[in-house]
Design a protein around this ligand. Structure first.
Ligand code: IMP
Length: 506
């Protein structure tokens, strides 16, 4: 006879936190959101930690190199999508690792023969007033001089005057060599009262620029996710088919952590993938696995050597797995059971395997509830897809800006490996995800700051200054359907329906 779970399958929306005692120490500025990313032994620390408990989903419409840089800047981590050619994915990883915060490629460049009129046109187009002059007018040509607004007076000079006549020539410029650190570049900027300093290679070619304002904004990112060489950290998705080629390419490109991306992780294919990676790299390559929704699935992947385990089947906003296949579990119930299994496994083995709650976060407060229920960190797709930094188009629909967002199981993504049934087929037989729009929401930085302000405030209400303290102290209650209505603005007429969240899409 089939096994029946006693508990119904519940979502985050069916739970609320009950406030606990907040001491005078409990203030948001003292809250730490640091979270372990990979497994560790009792008494030790995780070899990799997140500074905020957020990772972006392994999806074409969410995690490319631009998203990875933006999220690492704020303290989280992206897993670059694996449903692309190995070389393309490795190139995205390499671009994140090569990115030097504060060092920017110059997009407004001049050749000596261009004119003052050209300078004004470029300034109007890009809004930049600092323009390097190179022999061929390119961003990496031999540096011959620089033009800033201090070099010309529009009212006194003719528009046809060539740049070489009024630029500050190379021998009067302050430049820095290619191995300059951001801190050194900033010292040069201050010492010589400059707004920028060009970085030049041994052959005199322009490499990039450091601007005073970029250094200032870089300093305002205290949570940046940096590796031992001060490069941004980045993850990458892999599958259970081509790992023998994909993993070495991603490791070579510098990926800090990998994750097997599959709709169903309780499988022999996942164990074989983990085996192969550990056989070749030992513990040097960290790799998460999933997804699972119960204790059996967790234990299987923990024993197979997963560095973290991802929880969730069928709860994603673009997911139609439950409708198509009748399989999955309410995200809250899945998480509660897997968190218990993780704690039991820790008790008996002394190894703590972090769990990631993947999908189904609709409101900001769902993040706090998921953390309270035992998630070490959260994977989000829809949340990040709405931001400037996601890879998709921003489209105006009936006067509202939207971003495109499609599932990895949709015909558009063609990610058949994620739904691989092991029978050798190389195509999707039926879709498990949709192609959709989500409301455009602006920059990642602003939104993450607002979301985390809410998370920290709630943690203080529960008397917790860390995520593990929240997990110990949290008191949760199931809500009735009537009390869900009570939880939103009710029995009033809203003046502005867009300003307060009666809409489920945020
Ligand atoms: P969201 O944050 O609710 O949008 O969920 C994102 C998660 O949905 C991803 O991290 C995946 O685990 C999952 N997912 C991505 N694409 C699909 C799909 O096409 N079908 C089902 N689940 C998907």
């Amino acid at each position: 006879m089939a096994f029946y779970f006693d508990e119904p399958s519940r979502t985050f929306n069916e739970y609320l936190l009950i406030p606990g005692y907040s001491s005078s120490e409990c203030i948001p500025s003292k809250v730490s959101l640091k979270a372990p990313l990979v497994k560790f032994r009792k008494g030790e620390e995780s070899a990799l930690s997140l500074n905020i408990p957020m990772v972006s989903a392994i999806m074409q419409s969410v995690s490319d190199d631009r998203m990875a840089i933006a999220l690492a800047t704020e303290g989280g981590l992206s897993f670059i999508f694996g449903s692309q050619k190995i070389a393309d994915q490795a190139a995205m990883v390499a671009r994140v690792k090569d990115y030097k915060a504060g060092f920017v490629g110059s997009d407004s460049n001049l050749s000596p023969e261009m004119t003052l009129a050209d300078v004004l046109a470029i300034k109007a187009k890009y809004g930049h007033s600092t323009m390097p002059v190179t022999d061929d007018g390119s961003a990496h040509g031999k540096l011959l001089g620089i033009v800033t607004s201090r070099d010309y007076r529009v009212t006194r000079m003719d528009g046809s005057l060539p740049v070489k006549e009024f630029m500050t020539p190379f021998d009067k410029m302050i430049v820095a060599p290619a191995d300059t650190t951001l801190k050194e570049a900033n010292d040069i900027i201050w010492e010589h009262k400059l707004n920028s300093v060009p970085i030049v290679d041994a052959g005199g070619k322009l490499v990039c620029m450091v601007f005073r304002k970029d250094y200032d904004s870089h300093k305002s990112n205290p949570y940046e996710m940096l590796d031992d060489h001060k490069r941004y950290m980045v993850g990458a998705g892999i599958n259970t088919r081509d790992f023998a080629e994909r993993v070495p390419a991603l490791v070579e490109a510098g990926a800090d952590v990998l994750c097997i991306d599959s709709s169903e992780g309780y499988s022999a294919w996942q164990a074989a993938t983990l085996d192969w990676i550990h056989g070749r790299y030992g513990a040097a390559v960290k790799v998460g696995a999933g997804n699972v929704v119960d204790a059996d699935g967790f234990r299987f992947l923990a024993q197979a050597g997963a560095d973290f385990v991802k929880v969730g089947i069928g709860g994603g906003s673009i997911c139609i797995t439950r409708e198509q296949k009748g399989i999955g579990r309410g995200q809250a119930t899945a998480l509660i059971e897997v968190a218990k299994a993780r704690d039991a496994y820790f008790e008996e083995s002394g190894v703590y395997v972090p769990i990631c709650s993947d999908g189904g976060i609709v409101f900001d407060h769902h993040m706090t509830i998921a953390l309270a229920m035992g998630a070490d960190f959260l994977m989000l797709g829809r949340y990040f897809a709405r931001f400037d930094e996601s890879p998709t188009n921003k489209i105006n629909i009936n006067g509202n800006y939207m971003k495109e967002y499609w599932g990895e199981g949709s015909a558009r993504a063609r990610n058949w490996q994620r739904y691989d049934m092991g029978d050798g087929s190389t195509g999707l037989t039926f879709e498990e995800g949709v192609d959709s729009y989500v409301p455009y929401a602006g920059s990642l930085k602003d939104n993450v700051a607002l979301t985390l302000a809410k998370v920290k405030a709630t943690m203080c209400n529960c008397g917790a200054l860390t995520i593990s303290e929240l997990q110990e102290k949290a008191k949760l209650t199931v809500v009735s359907s009537t009390s869900i209505v009570e939880g939103g603005a009710h029995d009033v007429l809203l003046k502005d329906k867009t300003s307060y969240g009666s809409s489920p899409i945020r």
